[in-house]
Ligand binder design. Sequence first.
Ligand code: GLU
Length: 371
Amino acid sequence: MKIKEINRMVVKIGSSLLIDKDKGVNNNFLNNISEDILSLKKRGIETLVVSSGAIELGKIELDKTKEKFNLAESQAASSIGQIKLINSWKESLSKFDLNAAQILITAEDTENRKRFLNARSTIEELLREKYIPIINENDTVATSEIRYGDNDRLAARIAGMVAADCLILLSNVEGLYERDPSNEESRLVSNVEIIDKSITDMAGEAGELGRGGMITKIEAAKIATKSGCQMIISSGRVKNPILSSLNDGIGTVFQSQNKNLSALKSWISGSIKPSGEINIDNGANLALKNGKSLLSAGIINFDGEFDKGDTVTIKSRDKEVARGLTNFNSNDLSKIIGKKSEEIEEILGYLTKTEVIHRNNLFYSGNMDED
Ligand code: GLU
């Protein structure tokens, strides 16, 4: 993507870049990024930052960098470190006449539609006021089972939220490698059109699991690209990392899909933890592919407990093909599986919608491994 095609971009900074091990914030690096953000601004590009580092900075302040923290200790550390983190950003950005604003967000804020829209308008307002949102997960309160835990996926969800054209994940990896990067024959993949099994297998082979590893980066790429945003994985260990990646095309670029998706469908597509899984038959899969709604007759079975309005995954032959907002809670759905739409009212004893998922609330991706 050429710089001039970008209007809005999200930059995710990993802790390993931002922090000098055991010492504290790497101000040179931060200034380098701030300078990049100013250059982007001069080109008319709005930037949002997703910055990690709170927990690590808290550990440094507590002088406990060698210790393995449990959840409560990490949460306490993040609340200590976040102050340092945001102050460092504020100081660095102000050297380039840029203003910082802090946003701390939880998974509930992005996964609940109302809260998502609320967070989105706050961020839009900040951008209108020409402030640079510096975003992190609100680790101090994020105890629920749908905690992000990694800022890669959070950044991808934010990119979808603000309809960014480009998300760049800066860390100390240069991109996606075909095999383990320590293997000399392993080559960097420069362009990914579709994230299919061959790509997820490469991430698996890289052997990095968990927070900030290649697997979470690929998960982030799925979220971002499905919502119409291009994603780049690039090294932050070069001078002006954002501009040099955009100008010289270094790193791995994941091409965006579904450019004209509605805001609602984009949000549905990027859900980080759908509440259930519905298995459908071939006929229903074909109907969804052709833009129809999901009806009870085509449902084989389902897993999970959910409420009306929750996001669920739709699977055909064990592979995800779509996501949507269900019109029935799991209790009622269990009573109408395989039944004709006309029978629903009598079975449930109340007047209701007849589609299990209406097509307007459904995002169809197809089986990414097959198509
Ligand atoms: N939110 C965490 C922090 O600020 C970082 C999560 C991550 O490294 O992806 O410490």
